[in-house]
Design a protein around this ligand. Sequence first.
Ligand SMILES: [Zn+2]
Length: 223
Amino acid sequence: MVQTVLVVAAHSDDEALGCAGTIARHTQNGDKVHLVFLTDGVGARRASDEGARARKAASQKAADLLGATSMTQFSLPDNMIDSVPLIEVVKLIESSTENLAPNIVYTHHGGDLNIDHRLCQQAVLTAFRPFPDQTVHSIYGFEVASSTEWAFTTPNPFLPSHYVDITKTLQTKLQVLKAYEEEMRPFPHVRSEEAVVALARWRGASVGCAAAEAFTPIRTIRR
Ligand SMILES: [Zn+2]
């Protein structure tokens, strides 16, 4: 059965690090994948229209490589979503997805170091509350290198128990990350190609396959 999949991330490139291999599997299977990003990814440090345009072009290139059906990028303040009332964030997500009727949602792990990531998950859980007519049956949290594993003192560590074999889509994930090369760093930075591959290999080996992405099942309902 064709599924409608929604990825809601604080910043474009989070989807690449967190679940690009999984998205590619969905689109290869004929599922519709919609991407929603809450910020334009351009922090106050280098805020400019040109920077925002470049990031949006990168996001669109990544979405095209993944075969996504749509990509929506909002412009909430980068690394400052806490300066916006949460209800406004919820409304953005609701308004941009109300006609999609998604079945599966991927979003951030709630224990990340980055505050935008934590608030994004909270807003997603609010937007897709399990009403009787809710179309979403599964919400999964992904890990984002340089945020999930850097939340050293979090009371909510990332303990995955849902894995997706990305052996055949790891190369696509790496191509997508090239679209965001401005956000990538040389090894041994955690946002390097070597580290991304190492994590994919480790997540895969953890469950007996050559490469995987790992998720926390935030809410799954079997009807
Ligand atoms: Zn992020």
